[in-house]
Design a protein around this ligand. Structure first.
Ligand code: HEM
Length: 355
């Protein structure tokens, strides 16, 4: 069982945020944070997402015609800016260049710690421990610093941090500074690379499927060059279908883990209570029992209202389903529509790629 006093893996970085907490703490936090991530609440964050999108377009315009870019890096940069803008408004944009490398150092260390249970405790100043502690300090100083400022001088900022600070549980209690810090780190980590993966794969797949791209252009032409509003996004059904098919075909999170709650026989195998199982979202999304021509990228399949509860689960399923799914879709629809309306792109080295 995960022991918060001796954290390994993600727990080292995220503390006891939504991803790493269990039981009553998780339940309290999930109830408290659910309203923040409701679709209707998120519309107020659209301007911050648009700002990050406009910064991306401006950066690309400066590169000029024919520029070569690494799309995965670009999407990581824009989604990091989105999560920073929506979390803290503009107050830390000057520090954004320190956030990405610090987060990277922490997550690499966390991943290694899972493989190496005999690692040196963090207070022993080995090179990697010193790097971890320095990166932790960068992010903690930043997050606790802003929390402190907001507590001292409350003013409306219309961002996720305000929403987290103002969220209370059934007893009217708010989160401690440490809990807010853990949830901020959790949202940063869970919400940035996943969405970058979705956008990168989508742009890749569109370059490989010009017919789909042409249809997408047709839908987006209705916007007449404008940035879509929250209501417009609801109407962009083909754009949504493209994103869904992209997540089916190349799920940004490929596997999930569950602990077996009671002995279960599955296809002749005994899954023992208490054991961990890993299952593949990718395989479910490509299973011929659930999908016709699963190896074909075809957004049309998402244009009907068929229920796909157990065959399509890019955001997981059950009570631990991704809390940020509406956020991710809002962000991806918006950024995709901005990119497509203003830029054409093609792949380099297509000879080496599949699909
Ligand atoms: C395309 C983008 C995204 C994908 C594919 C994705 C996928 C997932 C998956 C598969 C899970 C595990 C669900 C389970 O165990 O059933 C998860 C959990 C989670 N995601 Fe996402 N996610 C995305 C974006 C986001 C964003 C933007 C945020 C926050 C702004 C976010 C926050 C979280 C959190 C906090 C959890 C843990 C929920 C809990 O255990 O209660 N995710 N996500």
């Amino acid at each position: 069982m995960y022991d918060p006093k001796k954290p390994t893996g993600l727990g080292l970085v995220l503390g006891q945020g939504l991803v790493t907490s269990q039981g009553e703490l998780w339940q309290r936090q999930r109830r408290l944070m659910q309203p923040v991530f409701q679709r209707s609440n998120l519309a107020s964050l659209l301007p911050q997402i648009v700002t990050a999108g406009n910064n991306l377009l401006a950066r690309w315009r400066l590169l000029g015609d024919g520029a070569e870019v690494n799309l995965a890096d670009e999407m990581m940069q824009v989604t990091l800016e989105v999560i920073t803008q929506t979390m803290f408004s503009t107050s830390v944009l000057d520090k954004i260049e320190h956030i990405a490398p610090a987060l990277d150092t922490l997550l690499r260390y966390a991943a290694k710690s899972v493989m190496n249970p005999l690692r040196m405790p963090l207070f022993i100043p080995t090179k990697t421990n010193r790097e971890f502690n320095a990166a932790s300090a960068v992010l903690d100083d930043l997050i606790y610093g802003i929390i402190g400022q907001r507590r001292a001088q409350p003013a409306a900022h219309n961002d996720l941090l305000d929403m987290l600070l103002n969220a209370s549980d059934n007893n009217g209690e708010f989160m401690s500074d440490k809990q807010v810090r853990d949830e901020v780190m959790t949202i940063f980590t869970a919400g940035h690379e996943t969405t970058a993966n979705l956008l990168t794969w989508t742009l890749y797949l569109l370059a490989r499927h010009p017919d789909v791209l042409a249809k997408l252009h047709q839908e987006l032409d209705n916007l007449q060059g404008n940035i879509p509003t929250a209501e417009d996004l609801q109407q962009l059904v083909y754009t949504k279908a493209v994103l869904n098919e992209s997540m089916r075909f190349r799920p940004p999170v490929g596997i999930m883990m569950r602990r077996i709650s009671k002995n279960t026989e599955l296809d002749g195998y005994l899954l023992k209570q208490g054991r961990l199982v890993i299952f593949s979202i990718y395989n479910i999304h490509h299973h011929p029992d659930f999908w016709q021509q699963p190896e074909q990228f075809d957004p049309e399949r998402f244009l009907n209202a068929e229920s796909r509860r157990f065959s399509f689960m890019p955001f997981g399923t059950g009570e631990r389903i991704c809390i940020g799914s509406h956020f991710a879709l809002l962000e991806s629809q918006l950024l995709l529509s901005m990119i497509i309306q203003h830029f054409d792109w093609q792949l380099l080295n297509t000879g080496r790629s599949r699909n």
